[in-house]
Design a protein around this ligand. Structure first.
Ligand code: FAD
Length: 461
């Protein structure tokens, strides 16, 4: 007989772990599925197995994940690592979640879902970004956290806290940073000034951010207000060309790590037709939620970066609050103390989102990055260039979904994750429409590649 879980959590990052701890201790039958080999999510990736040298390089914040991880591993919930969720659909008793485990597709059934699958890096479609030797800063950090691998030499390009953090971690690991190309537009600093007051509500994080930024400017060849980045080379990356303060530069390198902030992964919620909205400050699509991460679909909640980018502390609080709301629906009468805790958590979450306003404005992507031109590939999977997309958009296609049918952009293995946002920006620009009016790419399973053999052998738990 199929086992039915009360609460299925996708993602064992800070949000998913906190939710599972709360819900399982309250007596709910909880299942956590995560595609990674160990729990921790992006920030605390591999924290349970890291060596002393890795921890020293990654800094003190990394170690803060250990107590959460220990509480999660001790919680009375089922946890399946290396379980990649590729489909979610409604079921008579809630939802069926299909995950690839050991090469087999297994269906799990749960009455309620918490989507806590985090964020991905915002694609940075510059000329040559498809070449071998070009990766994202997040990928570089994953190699460092998961396998203690670092390059000998690198050029870092883009904007955002993760880029500065990686520069700091790489320097601690002895990596030569040939150049750090900061694409943050000068106008962002002015726009962020009124939000300093919000940042001051979290003085420790603000000081850390300022310090990280200043140290890189002193210790690394640092270029500000960078634009027009091009990665050149016959096959792989051989050099980066760019302009800074009106001057042209070329820096030789065989490895470029790009980063332009992170955006919520909304695809899972989209398969369930949860409503989305465009966030003009964070410049990304977000799942619409009411209190405690409740989406527009009953029984489906979202927490952490998967809902709105906010960082690990916020993710953990949102996960806990979502679980508390789920527990309340079992009919258990909450104590007075629990009700007070719920209100306090909800208040703190609002405050942390407000404080995040400073980072969101300071690191908003430069407009030139959203609208690539000419032969720059926008869809790397299907090799569709910016010029081709703009031509189709100007000829009056209805939106990104029709553009996908006309050009194949968004049909490759990444299912539009890497090109979806830029397709939207290019349609918006060509047709003079605001992004909010350009619908996001629609999502269909499989959310990640699965072969026919695996599909044919799919089984219920
Ligand atoms: C590449 C990257 C690196 C980052 N590094 C840092 C850092 O060093 N410091 C910092 O402060 N912040 C970092 N962040 C920001 C970080 O995402 C948040 O601070 C925090 O980890 C968010 O917690 P979360 O629980 O919402 O999501 P995450 O921590 O992202 O956890 C989501 C979990 O969902 C799992 N998952 C995703 N898709 C699926 C699927 N299809 N099936 C099953 N499981 C799935 C993932 O394996 C992951 O464990 C990073 C973000 C990214 C994208």
């Amino acid at each position: 007989m199929t086992q039915i879980y009360d609460y299925l959590v996708v993602g064992a990052g800070p949000a998913g772990m906190a939710a599972a701890i709360e819900a399982s201790h309250a007596g709910l039958k909880v299942l956590v599925l995560d595609q990674a080999a160990a729990a921790g999510g992006q920030i605390f990736r591999n924290v349970g197995h890291s060596c002393a040298a890795q921890e020293q390089v990654l800094g003190p914040d990394y170690g803060l994940g250990k107590p959460l991880l220990q509480a999660f591993m001790a919680a009375p919930c089922d946890y399946r690592p290396l379980a990649q969720v590729w489909n979610i659909e409604p079921h008579a008793q809630g939802f069926t979640v299909a995950a690839l485990i050991d090469g087999l597709s297994i269906n799990f059934v749960a009455s309620d879902l918490l989507i806590a699958n985090g964020a991905m890096e915002r694609p940075m479609a510059v000329s040559g970004w498809e070449k071998p030797g070009v990766m994202t800063a997040g990928a570089g950090q994953i190699l460092l956290k998961a396998s203690a691998l670092v390059p000998k030499q690198v050029v870092l390009a883009g904007s955002g806290p993760l880029l500065l953090l990686l520069a700091h971690q790489y320097r601690a690991a002895g990596v030569t940073i040939t150049a750090l190309l900061d694409t943050t537009p000068r106008s962002n600093y002015w726009r962020a000034i009124p939000w300093l007051i919000a940042g001051l509500s979290m003085p420790k994080q603000l000081l850390k951010g300022v310090w990280l930024s200043l140290v890189q400017r002193i210790r690394v060849p640092y270029f500000t207000n960078v634009a027009d980045i091009k990665i050149v080379g016959h096959i792989g990356a051989e050099a980066v060309r760019f302009t800074a303060a009106g001057k042209d530069y070329e820096v030789p390198t065989q490895l470029v790590l790009l980063h332009q902030g992170i955006v919520a992964q909304t695809q899972m919620a989209q398969t369930l037709a949860c409503e989305l909205s465009w966030n003009p400050v964070k410049q990304c699509w977000q799942i619409q939620t009411t209190g405690a991460g409740q989406t527009s679909v009953p029984g489906v909640q979202v927490a952490g970066d998967a809902g709105a980018i906010g960082g690990a502390q916020l993710a953990q609080l949102e996960g806990r609050l979502a679980a508390m709301a789920r527990i309340e629906r079992t009919g258990t009468r909450s104590s007075w103390a629990k009700k007070m805790l719920y209100q306090a958590l909800a208040l703190r979450i609002c405050q942390l989102h407000w404080a995040r306003g400073l980072v969101d404005r300071l690191y908003q992507p430069a407009p030139w990055l959203s609208t690539p031109t000419g032969t720059t590939l926008v869809c790397r999977c299907e090799q569709v260039s910016a010029a081709q997309i703009t031509d189709i958009a100007q000829s009056g296609c209805a939106g990104v979904n029709q553009l996908k049918a006309f050009s194949r952009a968004g049909m490759g293995p990444c299912q539009g994750r890497q090109c979806g946002l830029n397709l939207g920006y290019l349609v918006a620009q060509a047709q003079g429409r605001p992004m909010a009016q350009v619908q996001p790419l629609s999502v269909r399973p499989p959310l990640s590649p699965i072969n026919l053999g695996q599909l044919a052998q799919s089984s219920d738990l």
